[in-house]
Design a protein around this ligand. Structure first.
Ligand code: LEU
Length: 872
C-alpha cells in the first residue's frame, strides 16, 4: 500500500450534478442501480482524461451504459477496483447496475446488516462499496433514492431528504423514493430499512418553520430515546442562538444501530448512531453516558452546517469539520452544565490521549500532509487538538470576533467543499487580523513545550515572565518553527488573592500573552507583592507547561486561584509530583512513604462547603494510569499502579471520617435526572465512596454493598459494583453474576459487565478474558462488545502487561483475526502496541515482537499503515 499526499490534490475531472439510486434490498443479494448525470469539469486541466469511478472488491458490476447505450466489454475496464471508461461524451447519463451482499459485509463500511436492519456508513470512503462513483468530498450532487423491499420485514425505509413517493412494484414489493434538495458528497449518503419503532416530535425554527423530528430504534429500545430527543431540540436552539444557524430540511431523523465502527454519523437529514451514543434511561445508563449522548447528538446535529452545508474539499481537511464541530459541541455542553467542569474533563482527556498520540509514531498535524488509509486519521489529533486550535482562534478574536468570522465562513462557502485555509481566511477577513503564523498549528505535529521562568523586582514592583517554546521532532518533521500561542495568565498573591497589575499600559487581573518567538519576556508592572503565576488559565493552548512550582505554591493555587480550571490543574500537579516520588520508591524496591501535602489539600477541599461538588470530585480524582503513563520517561505500568493504589489507601485512611461524611451528605433523594446538579452530587458521593472503601473500613464495605443493592439508577449501581470488584470485596463474584443476570437483555449494560469483568485483576486474568470472548452474550462482529473486552484488558495492568508477554500476544491474535474482517477496528486495537518505544525495556521488547509478528501477515491497508509506521 502507498501513501497519498495533500500536495498532489487536483480538482475532479468530472462532476456529477444529479445522482439517482435504486436499491432492491434482499437478504441474499442487493441490486443497486445508479443513474449519474455526469459532465466534464470545466476547471479541470485534463479535458480528455478517462472517467475513473471508485469501487470496491465487494461490488459486482452487472452492466454499465452511457446515455442508454450498454457498453460492451471492450469499452470499459475494472482496474484496482476502479471502473475505467476511456471514451465518454462531455455530458452524459451513466447507468450502472451492481450487486452487493450487505449480509456478508463485516467491515461495516458501505451498506450492511445490523441485527434485523439494513443500514449504511459511508464516511470516509464507504460509498464506493455500494456502487461505482466519484467517491470524494468535492464531488457534490443532488441525490434521489428509491428503496425497494418487502414491506412486512422492512416497513421503515429511509434515506436523505424528504419522502416524495411511495407505492408497489409489479412484484408486490414496496418502494419509497426520497429526494434531498441539497447538494452533497457521497459520504453523507444514508439508507436505512428495518422494522423500527419511532418517537416523533417537532421543532419550530427561529424563522417559524416546523421541522418534524424522528428517532428510530428497534422496538425494545424506543423507551430510551427521550433524552436524545430533548438533547436534539436543545442543540437546534443553541445553534440558532449562538451561531445564527437554522435547520434547513422539513424533517430530521436519527436511527440507532447496534453494530457501528464509530460513534455516530451526520448524514444529511438522517443521522445514524451507534446505539451506545443514543440510548439512555436512568436504570441502564450512567451519568457519563448521558453526557456523551447529549454531546454526540449535538455534535452530529451541528455538522449540518459545519460539515454538510460547508464540507471538506479533500480528506486532509477533515479537521475543518471535525475540529470545529467538536469545539461547538464542547461549548454546547459547557453552556448546558458547568463550563469549568466540562473544560477540566476535555483537557484531561486531551492531555491523556491526544498528547500520547502526538508523541508516538502516528503523530500528525491536524491537517496531515499524507496518509495511506483515511480511516486511520479519525484521530484524537484531528478531533480534539483540532478543537483546541479552533478554541485558540476564539480566544484570540473574542466571542464577537469569532462569530463575525464564522458568519462570513458560512456565508462565503455555503454549498462548497473547502479547506482549513478558507476557514482561517474568513476569520482573518472578518476581523482584519493576520493569522499567518498561527496557521502553523495546522501543519506542525507534536505537543509544544513551554518552559517558564520568572523574576520579581521588589523595588520596581515589576514581575517578568520569560517563556521559551519548543516543539519536539515528530515523524517526517525533525525541526519546528515557532508557533503563535495564546497564554492566559493571572497573578495570585501570598494571601491567596488575585493580584492586579498593569500590562501594556492597562490595569487588569488577567491577560492573554501572545507568545510567538522562541523566547520572549513579558513584564507586568505595579505588582504589589511577589506573586504566584497562574499560567495557561482555562488551558488556553494545547501545550505542556514547565514552571518549577513549589509544593507551597501549588497548594496556594489550589485554594486561592480565581480560575477554577487552574485550581484543578494545581491539584493535579501536586498529585503527579506525589505519585512520581512513589513510583521511584517502588522501582528502587523501597517501602512507599508519602508526603502529606496532598492529603492536607484534600482535607481543606472536603471541608469547603462553597465548592461545586463536581469540582471537588474532579480534584479528588487521582491522575489516571494512562495520564501517568503519558508523563513517564519510560512507562512502568506496575509501578504506576502501585503508587496510585498506595496514595488512595493513604488518603482514605487519613480522611476516613471526612469521606464518610461527604458520602453521606451527598445523597440525591429526588428522582433521577441527568441534571448538572444531580450529576455533581453523584460524582462526589461516588468519589468519596472509593476512598472510604480504600480505607478498609467495615462500615464502608457495608455501605458500598448496600448502595449496589439499593440503587435505582445505573450510575450508583455501577459505581458500587466497580468499587466492590476493584477492592475484591467478598461479594465481588456474587454481585458481578447478579449484575449480569439482571441486565442480560440490555446489550449496552452487558457491555459494561464485559468491560468490568475483563478489567478485573485476577490470577488467571487471561483465561477470564478468553472465557468472556466465548460467552453467549459476546459477539466478535459487534464493535462495542469487542471494545468492551479489549478495553477492559487494556486497563487490566497485571494481565495486559504480564512480563511473559502473554497479554500483548493475545491482543496481537485479535488484531490478526480482525485484520480482514473489520480493518478499521483491527487498526484501532493496535494503539497500545504503537507506544512500545515508551515502555520499560522488558515490555518494549515484547510489544515490538508482537508488532513484528503482525507485520508478517497479509495486512489490510488500515493495519499495515499503523504497524509499519510503528516499526519504522
Ligand atoms: N463524521 C463522524 C463524526 O461525527 C465520524 C464518522 C467516521 C462516523 O465524528
Amino acid at each position: 500500500p502507498s501513501a497519498i499526499y495533500l500536495k498532489d490534490y487536483t480538482v475532479p475531472n468530472f462532476l456529477i450534478d444529479k445522482t439517482e439510486l435504486t436499491f432492491d434490498l434482499d437478504e441474499t443479494q442487493t441490486i443497486v442501480t445508479s443513474r449519474l448525470h455526469v459532465r466534464r469539469n470545466p476547471d479541470s486541466l485534463e479535458q480528455t482524461s478517462p472517467l475513473v469511478l471508485d469501487g470496491g472488491e465487494d461490488v459486482k458490476l452487472i452492466g454499465v451504459a452511457i446515455d442508454d447505450y450498454a457498453l460492451p466489454q471492450e469499452e470499459f475496464a475494472i482496474k484496482d477496483d476502479k471502473l475505467v471508461i476511456t471514451a465518454t461524451p462531455n455530458e452524459f447519463v451513466l447507468t450502472c447496475e451492481t450487486m452487493i451482499e450487505p449480509q456478508n459485509n463485516t467491515k461495516l463500511e458501505g451498506l450492511y446488516r445490523s441485527s434485523s436492519m439494513f443500514c449504511t456508513q459511508c464516511e470516509a470512503e464507504g460509498f464506493r462499496h455500494i456502487t461505482y462513483y466519484l467517491d470524494r468530498p468535492d464531488v457534490m450532487s443532488i441525490f434521489t433514492t428509491t428503496i425497494i423491499a418487502d414491506e412486512s420485514r422492512y416497513p421503515v425505509m429511509l434515506s436523505n431528504g424528504n419522502e416524495i413517493e411511495r407505492g408497489k412494484t409489479d412484484e408486490g414489493k414496496t418502494f419509497v423514493t426520497w429526494h434531498d434538495p441539497f447538494k452533497k458528497p457521497a459520504y453523507l449518503f444514508a439508507l436505512v430499512a428495518g422494522n423500527l419503532e419511532v418517537l416523533n416530535d417537532t421543532f419550530t425554527t427561529m424563522s417559524g418553520r416546523d421541522v418534524k423530528l424522528q428517532i428510530f430504534t428497534e422496538k425494545h429500545n424506543i423507551d430510551k430515546v427521550d433524552f436524545a430527543m430533548d438533547s436534539l431540540k436543545r442543540s437546534m436552539k443553541w445553534d440558532e442562538e449562538v451561531y445564527g444557524r437554522e435547520y434547513d430540511l422539513d424533517i430530521f431523523m436519527i436511527v440507532a444501530v447496534d453494530d457501528f465502527n464509530m460513534g455516530a454519523m451526520e448524514n444529511k437529514g438522517l443521522n445514524i448512531f451507534n446505539s451506545s451514543c443514543l440510548l439512555a434511561s436512568p436504570e441502564t445508563t450512567t451519568d457519563d453516558a448521558y453526557l456523551r449522548v447529549e454531546a454526540v447528538v449535538a455534535h452530529e446535529y451541528f455538522h449540518n452546517w459545519s460539515g454538510n452545508r460547508v464540507t471538506c474539499r479533500d480528506w486532509f481537511q477533515l479537521s475543518l469539520k471535525e475540529g470545529f464541530t467538536v469545539f461547538r459541541d464542547q461549548c454546547f455542553s459547557a453552556d448546558t452544565h458547568s463550563d469549568v467542569v466540562k473544560r477540566v474533563e476535555d483537557v484531561s482527556f486531551l492531555k491523556t490521549t491526544q498528547f500520547a498520540e502526538d508523541a508516538g509514531p502516528m503523530a500528525h498535524p491536524i491537517r496531515p500532509a499524507s496518509f495511506i488509509e483515511i480511516s486511520n486519521f479519525y484521530t484524537l489529533t484531528i478531533y480534539e487538538k483540532g478543537a483546541e486550535v479552533v478554541r485558540m482562534i476564539h480566544t484570540l478574536l473574542g466571542e464577537e470576533g469569532f462569530r463575525k468570522g464564522s458568519d462570513l465562513y458560512f456565508e462565503r462557502h455555503d454549498g462548497q467543499a473547502v479547506t482549513c485555509d478558507d476557514f482561517v481566511q474568513a476569520m482573518e477577513d472578518a476581523n482584519g487580523v493576520d493569522l499567518s503564523q498561527f496557521k502553523r498549528w495546522y501543519s506542525q505535529a507534536g505537543t509544544p513545550r513551554l518552559t517558564v521562568s520568572d523574576h520579581y523586582d521588589e523595588q520596581a514592583q515589576t514581575y517578568s515572565l520569560t517563556i521559551r517554546q519548543e516543539t519536539p521532532p515528530t515523524p517526517n518533521q525533525p525541526t519546528k518553527l515557532a508557533l503563535h500561542i495564546p497564554v492566559k495568565v493571572g497573578l495570585v498573591s501570598n494571601a491567596n488573592e488575585a493580584l492586579s497589575f498593569s500590562f501594556a499600559g492597562q490595569t487588569q487581573d488577567e491577560v492573554v500573552l501572545h507568545v510567538n518567538d522562541v523566547e520572549q519576556t513579558f513584564v507586568f508592572e505595579h505588582v504589589a507583592s511577589k506573586p504566584v503565576p497562574s499560567l495557561l488559565r482555562g488551558f488556553s493552548a494545547p501545550v505542556k507547561l514547565d514552571y518549577d512550582y513549589s509544593t507551597e505554591q501549588l497548594l496556594q493555587l489550589m485554594s486561592g486561584d480565581p480560575d477554577g480550571f487552574n485550581r484543578w490543574s494545581a491539584s493535579q500537579q501536586l498529585a503527579v509530583n506525589e505519585l512520581n516520588a512513589l513510583i521511584k520508591q517502588y522501582q528502587n524496591g523501597q517501602t512507599l512513604t508519602e508526603q502529606t501535602h496532598l492529603v492536607e489539600g484534600f482535607k481543606a477541599l472536603l471541608a469547603d462547603k462553597t465548592l461545586d461538588p463536581a469540582m471537588v470530585a474532579l480534584i479528588l480524582g487521582l491522575p489516571s494510569q494512562a495520564y501517568m503513563s503519558e508523563l513517564a520517561e519510560k512507562i512502568d505500568p506496575q509501578a504506576i499502579k502501585a503508587a496510585r493504589e498506595h496514595l488512595r489507601v493513604v488518603a482514605g485512611k487519613a480522611l476516613q471520617a471526612e469521606f464518610k461524611h461527604v458520602y453521606e451528605s451527598n445523597t440525591v433523594s429526588e428522582a433521577y435526572q441527568a441534571s448538572a446538579e444531580q450529576i455533581a452530587k453523584r460524582s462526589l458521593k461516588n468519589a468519596a465512596l472509593m476512598y472510604w472503601v480504600a480505607s478498609g473500613s467495615d462500615e464502608a464495605k457495608a455501605a458500598v454493598v448496600h448502595q449496589y443493592r439499593d440503587a435505582d439508577n445505573m450510575t450508583d449501581q455501577y459505581a458500587a459494583l466497580s468499587c466492590i470488584v476493584h477492592f475484591e470485596l467478598s461479594e465481588a463474584d456474587e454481585l458481578l453474576n447478579a449484575f449480569f443476570e439482571q441486565w442480560q437483555h440490555e446489550a449496552l449494560v452487558v457491555n459494561k459487565w464485559l468491560m468490568l469483568s475483563a478489567a478485573r485483576e485476577q490470577e488467571n486474568g487471561l483465561e477470564q478474558i478468553k472465557a468472556l470472548m466465548q460467552h453467549p452474550n459476546f459477539d466478535i462482529k459487534n464493535p462495542n462488545k469487542l471494545r468492551a473486552v479489549i478495553g477492559g484488558l487494556g486497563q487490566n495492568v497485571d494481565t495486559f502487561h504480564n512480563l511473559d508477554g502473554s497479554g500483548y500476544a493475545f491482543l496481537a491474535d485479535q488484531i490478526i483475526l480482525l485484520n480482514k474482517r473489520n480493518p478499521q477496528i483491527a487498526s484501532r486495537l493496535c494503539t497500545p502496541l504503537t507506544r512500545w518505544q515508551r515502555m520499560v525495556p522488558a515490555l518494549a521488547e515484547k510489544m515490538k515482537g508482537e508488532l513484528e509478528r503482525i507485520a508478517q501477515e497479509d495486512l489490510s491497508k488500515d493495519v499495515y499503515e499503523v504497524v509499519s509506521k510503528s516499526l519504522a
